[in-house]
Design a protein around this ligand. Structure first.
Ligand code: NDP
Length: 302
C-alpha cells in the first residue's frame, strides 16, 4: 500500500524530548546523530537522536523495544532496509518503488509509515547543491545494490534523457532496470542495463554515480578499464561514499571530466536524505546547506 507522507496524523507524544535513532549494524560510524542534532538546534525542535545497534538476527525486536520506549521514528541503514520495508504497515510510493525503507515514522495512525529518502537526497545534492539539473542528461549509475535501488526512482523523476545501470553482477542491473521500466516509460527516460564492461554503448555520460561499495572495500575503481572514456568533458561524478574512501573514484573521474567537470562525495546526499527524513517526522524542512557546509568544515579539520 502506498501512502502520502503528509497525510500521516500524529498521535499523542510522550513527555520529554521526542526520540529518534539510526538503526543498523554497524552504526558507530554514522554521522546521522550530529546531522539531526544540528537540524533540531536550527529549527528549535525538541528531540534526541541516538544510535541503535541492532543484532543481525534481531532487527524487529530491537525496533519494537525502541517504539515501546516512546520513540517516534528512526532511520534505517545497512543491512536492514529490506526488513524495515517489510515491517512498515504503510509505505510512500517512493519506498514502494525502491523496495526498501530508510526512514520509519511510528507516531502515525494506521501503523508505521515507511519512506525512502535516499533518492530525494541524491537528486537534491545533484540539482540544488551542484546546480546540475538532470533533465535531458545522460546518466550512468554504477551498482545495483540497495543504495542504487533506493535512488533510481528519484533519478528517473528528474527526467534525464537516459540512465544506464551497470553492475558487477549484470543480472542484478537488468533486474533493477526491469523493476523501474514502467516508471521510466512514464517519464520518457531510456533505461538500459548491463555488466561493468559495457558502461557507455552510446558514448560518454554527463553524470556518473558510483553506488557500489568498491571504494569501501579498498577494491579501487568499480570499472575494469580505467582508460575507457565514460564521463563527458565537463561532466559530474558522484560517489555515494564520502571522505577519503571516495577519493580514488573521484580523482579518476576528474581526469575524465577535465576542465569544467565537477565531483561530489556522498556527504551531500547523506545530509539531504536526512533533511527529507526530518521533514517527514517534524513537518519542518531544515536548512541543509548550512549543516552540510558545517559538517564539511569539521571533517576537513580532522
Ligand atoms: P550493497 O551491499 O547492497 O551493494 C553493493 C554494490 O556494490 C553491489 O552493486 C555490488 O555488486 C557492488 N560492489 C561491491 N564490491 C565491488 C567491487 N569490488 N567492484 C565492483 N562492484 C562492487 O550496498 P549498498 O547498495 O547499500 O551501498 C553501496 C554504497 O553506497 C556503500 O558504500 C554505502 O556506504 C553507500 N551509501 C551512501 C549513502 C549516502 O547517503 N551517502 C546512502 C546509502 C548508501 P554485486 O551486486 O555484483 O555484488
Amino acid at each position: 500500500m502506498s501512502a502520502d507522507p503528509t497525510s500521516a496524523s500524529a498521535t499523542a507524544a510522550p513527555p520529554g524530548p521526542d526520540r529518534y535513532a539510526v538503526a543498523g549494524n554497524p552504526v558507530a560510524h554514522s554521522r546521522s546523530p550530529e546531522i539531526h542534532a544540528a537540524f533540531a538546534a536550527q529549527t528549535g525542535q525538541s528531540l534526541v537522536y541516538e544510535r541503535l545497534l541492532c543484532p543481525l538476527d534481531g532487527f524487529e525486536a530491537a525496533i519494537r523495544d525502541f517504539v515501546a520506549s516512546g520513540a517516534r521514528g528512526c532511520n534505517v541503514t545497512v543491512p536492514f532496509k529490506f526488513d524495515a520495508f517489510r515491517l512498515a504497515a504503510r509505505r510512500t510510493s517512493r519506498a514502494e518503488l525502491a523496495g526498501a525503507v530508510n526512514t520509519l515514522r511510528f507516531d502515525t495512525e494506521g501503523g508505521w509509515l515507511g519512506d525512502n529518502t535516499d533518492g530525494a537526497g541524491l537528486v537534491a545534492d545533484i540539482e540544488r547543491n551542484a546546480a546540475r539539473p538532470l533533465r535531458g542528461q545522460r546518466v550512468l549509475l554504477i551498482g545495483a545494490g540497495g543504495a542504487s535501488a533506493g535512488v533510481l526512482g528519484s533519478l528517473i523523476g528528474g527526467r534525464p534523457a537516459e540512465i544506464r545501470i551497470v553492475n558487477r553482477s549484470a543480472d542484478k542491473a537488468v533486474a533493477l532496470a526491469a523493476s523501474h521500466r514502467a516508471w521510466a516509460d512514464d517519464h520518457g527516460v531510456r533505461l538500459s542495463a548491463g555488466g561493468l564492461d559495457a558502461p557507455a554503448p552510446d558514448g560518454r555520460h554527463d553524470v556518473m554515480i558510483n553506488g557500489t561499495s568498491a571504494s569501501l572495500s579498498g577494491a579501487g575503481l568499480p570499472l575494469p578499464d580505467p582508460d575507457a572514456p565514460v564521463l563527458a568533458v565537463g561532466g559530474l561524478a558522484v560517489d555515494m561514499m564520502y571522505g577519503a574512501a571516495a577519493a580514488p573514484f573521484l580523482d579518476w573521474a576528474a581526469g575524465q571530466a577535465g576542465a569544467g567537470g565537477a565531483t561530489r562525495d556522498g556527504l551531500g546526499m547523506l545530509v539531504e536524505q536526512a533533511a527529507e527524513a526530518f521533514l517527514l517526522w517534524r513537518g519542518v524542512r531544515p536548512d541543509s546547506a548550512a549543516v552540510l557546509a558545517d559538517l564539511r568544515r569539521r571533517l576537513a579539520a580532522h
